[in-house]
Design a protein around this ligand. Structure first.
Ligand code: NAG
Ligand code: NAG
Ligand code: NAG
Ligand code: NAG
Ligand code: NAG
Length: 388
């Protein structure tokens, strides 16, 4: 057997030469791929929970002319398999979201009748892309669309057109409330055919409960799936669902902030609903920047309208984004929710509240005293990245 002996310095020199060679090779490849690549399509997931302002944030993206938006497509998964649990359905939800990001709408075959048009799709009229050209001639491609008008005039468009419409956009944005664990999304984050970014939208749990109380019936089936009741509808009077929602916010935020694998770097952004209603322009500008969307001045008036309107919401419109004074609405729980309820919610959610900057109140007087701020000032959240 041939034995070659190298002295220490020679060995070091050889290793150095090899390292330099590899570096050159690597940077050359990078240069090549950078120059040849066209701008990558962005896949944005607005990860939130029921009644947390996500329809509003969804509209902020949906009305942008570069965005193809769908609201809660995984609703179809949950409705079809309502006897299952959120945990078991995670994988089907994830696969559906992945397909929609790729504009592959055949994934809905499993959840819809064969004969269908766009009106089969949950909440389709909130999507500007489905209400405007080339999908529907009622609105120009870059117009601001109105849900009510669109619903009446665009419902008969063939379902197959959705895929073609999706393909022309540089951004596909999906709002979902059915993920309770960041790890479920790892395969999508690591998937080279996707360019996934996540906006994690949270809201003060006390305000969420107040809002949930106005939609008890509408939420009962989803509650059963969260609590794994084998299809039995339940209300959430014991705040078990809220507890699960708060637990998931902690898990998602902590995973992304303190234990993040490399593929999450620059792909996660936490947004508090209260910060958005207090300073919409600043927050929306930052979200657009995160999503690589350019600012469009035409949207400014629209955003002002949906944050500054007046008048109470009608009961049957519990799921609509209406224009009311958003700052007032975000404080409404303080005067309308019983202190005993506030105490129970704080009990199950205090971990999440501490983490996200929502201060606990210790008495009814403190709760009612609107001069006392309970939403701590926004801080830009520090990230520490682990992994190689
Ligand atoms: C298509 O949409 C219209 C309007 O919503 C509806 O009345 C009709 O039944 C739908 N057709 C099919 C084949 O689903
Ligand atoms: C949408 O149109 C309907 C019907 O014309 C109208 O009542 C409603 O105020 C409009 N909504 C918005 C947000 O402009
Ligand atoms: C959900 O409930 C079913 C039947 O009650 C049980 O077999 C299953 O283990 C539960 N799943 C979870 C994730 O708790
Ligand atoms: C904003 O609201 C005003 C008054 O209701 C309305 O006339 C205008 O069309 C709205 N603008 C947008 C962009 O929604
Ligand atoms: C907002 O709340 C304040 C104090 O509760 C009240 O005086 C004001 O009229 C409210 N504004 C709107 C637009 O509802």
């Amino acid at each position: 057997m041939l034995r070659i002996k190298f002295s220490g310095p020679v060995m070091v020199a050889l290793l150095l030469v090899q390292a330099v060679f590899l570096l050159l090779l690597y940077s050359r490849q990078n240069v090549l791929s950078n120059t040849e690549e066209k701008p990558r399509k962005v896949h944005l997931l607005i990860l939130s929970s029921w009644r947390s302002g996500s329809s509003f944030i969804g509209q902020v993206f949906s009305q942008h002319p570069d965005v193809f938006y769908l609201m809660e497509p995984a609703w179809h998964v949950w409705v079809s398999m309502f006897r299952s649990s959120a945990h078991v359905l995670h994988m089907a939800v994830r696969d559906l979201v992945r397909s929609v990001f790729m504009c592959d709408m055949s994934v809905f075959d499993a959840y819809m009748p064969r004969e269908r048009n766009i009106s089969s799709l949950f909440q389709w009229p909130v999507s500007r892309a489905l209400c405007s050209q080339p999908m529907c001639d009622r609105y120009q491609h870059n117009g601001i669309t109105n849900e009510t008008i669109c619903k009446n005039l665009c419902a008969r468009q063939p379902f197959s057109k959705i895929q073609q419409a999706c393909e022309i956009y540089s951004h596909v944005v999906i709002k979902e409330v059915r993920f309770f664990d960041m790890k479920v999304l790892y395969p999508l984050l690591a998937d080279p055919s996707l360019n996934l970014k996540i906006i994690h939208l949270v809201r003060d749990p006390r305000a969420v409960v107040r809002s949930r109380e106005q939609a008890v019936k509408a939420l009962a089936r989803d509650n059963g799936i969260v609590l794994n009741t084998s299809g039995t509808r339940v209300d959430d009077s014991k705040y078990k669902v809220m507890q699960e929602i708060c637990r998931s916010h902690v898990q998602i935020y902590e995973t992304a902030s303190f234990k993040a694998p490399d593929f999450l770097k620059d792909r996660y952004m936490l947004v508090r609903y209260e910060d958005v209603v207090r300073n919409p322009m600043r927050e929306i500008t930052e979200m657009y920047k995160f999503a690589n969307l350019k600012w469009i001045s035409r949207l400014e008036k629209f955003i002002f309208n949906i944050t500054h309107g007046e008048g109470p919401r009608k009961k049957d419109q519990a799921f609509k984004t209406s224009s009311r004074n958003a700052v007032n609405v975000s404080q409404a729980w303080r005067t309308s929710l019983a202190f005993s309820k506030v105490t129970s919610i704080q009990e199950v959610c205090k971990g999440a509240m501490n983490l996200l900057g929502y201060q606990l109140v210790n008495s009814a007087a403190e709760q009612m005293d609107l001069s006392q701020e309970v939403v701590l000032p926004r801080r830009r959240y520090q990230f520490s990245w682990t992994g190689e």
